[in-house]
Design a protein around this ligand. Structure first.
Ligand code: AMP
Ligand code: MN
Ligand code: MN
Ligand code: MN
Length: 312
């Protein structure tokens, strides 16, 4: 795509001046537009404080936070990558596909995300009915209040359960009530893998399998996922994420090499209540990985200022 063809969302490719330091890239994060605790502008400010030069906001199934984040990024001199994290059902399992450098105005992407948002609203009601049958009333109101203007998800239910004393922390709330087989869980019907990749790629973005070691798949199943993903047009693997240990990082780097996937890194920062990744605190990509940002170029976009400010 020619540089500057999206005057607002301009970022498609960034020419990288801070390579090979991958720590200045954090390409997976959440705001209050989904289940993060920071509003988009505060998240961008925090990214700058943490030394992040290139930040992707990747809220679950929504691009609602991008406009605010984009404005803040101009003030904070952070490069904002327009992103999203799409919920996918693949062979009955939940898989997350991150899109980087998307155009949120793309009609097919917007319509696809709209469908998932409608499903989330229905699922929230169904989760609350199930929790009520398990002896916990008021969950819909509690979760809605915590989601505010943002899109509702299981994390908001988990925060409600913790506040009500039903679980000591978010992890235990998921374990006890919200994971498959638990009383508040609703079997999911998210996007298909191919659909999600099409929405992302069709809007000019790069599709990346998020936190691959977190699914608990066997090595064989993970290879099947990557083979399917490649054949749909997926291009990236999140080799480094807040929850990957050093040995997982090494094996994911090896998988990226085997499947000729570009390597991404992102904290998956949500705030401070889930004990997961911290913004900008990332292990480096192992040698031999081809970074997903290899061919990015900010020139000719209105984000170009950040290059001289942070990357030049
Ligand atoms: P949803 O997309 O609404 O089904 O919620 C998925 C989100 O729940 C993930 O993105 C995480 O933020 C959060 N989550 C899932 N499992 C856990 C867990 N065990 N502990 C804390 N948060 C979790
Ligand atoms: Mn989340
Ligand atoms: Mn995820
Ligand atoms: Mn995430």
């Amino acid at each position: 795509m020619p540089a500057g063809s999206h005057p607002v969302w301009g970022l498609v490719r960034i020419r990288v001046y801070c390579a090979p330091m991958s720590s200045c890239y954090d390409l997976h994060s959440h705001s209050t537009a989904s289940d993060g605790l920071f509003a988009p502008a505060s998240l961008v400010a925090k990214a700058r404080e943490e030394g992040v030069a290139v930040l992707a906001l990747t809220d679950h199934d929504t691009t609602q936070g991008l406009a605010e984040a984009h404005l803040a990024a101009r003030d904070e001199r952070v490069v904002l990558v327009a992103g999203v994290e799409i919920s996918v059902t693949w062979r009955g399992a939940l898989v997350h596909v991150v899109g980087l450098g998307i155009d949120p105005a793309n009609p097919a992407l917007a319509a696809g995300l709209g469908r998932l948002q409608d499903y989330r609203v229905w699922r929230a009601g169904e989760m609350a009915r199930r929790l009520e049958r398990a002896g916990i009333p008021g969950a819909l109101e509690g979760a809605r209040q915590r989601a505010g203007e943002g899109q509702i998800g299981r994390t908001h239910f988990a925060r409600f359960l913790v506040a009500g004393g039903h679980a000591a922390d978010l992890k235990r709330a998921f374990l006890r009530y919200l994971k498959p087989g638990r009383p508040g869980y609703v079997p999911s019907r998210w996007a298909g893998l191919e659909e999600a990749v099409d929405w992302i790629a069709g809007s000019g973005g790069q599709a990346v399998i998020a936190h691959p070691a977190r699914y608990g798949f066997t090595a064989t199943r993970l290879r099947s996922l990557l083979a399917d993903f490649k054949s749909c047009g997926g291009v990236g693997l999140e080799v480094v994420t807040g929850t990957h240990n050093p040995s997982e990082v090494r094996s994911m780097a090896e998988l990226a090499r085997r499947f000729a996937l570009l390597a991404s890194c992102g904290s998956d920062f949500h705030g401070r209540d889930d004990g997961w990744g911290q913004l900008g605190r990332l292990q480096p990509l192992p040698d031999g990985c081809i970074p997903i940002w290899r061919d990015w170029d900010l020139q000719g976009t209105d984000q170009g200022h950040a290059k001289s400010a942070r990357l030049g």
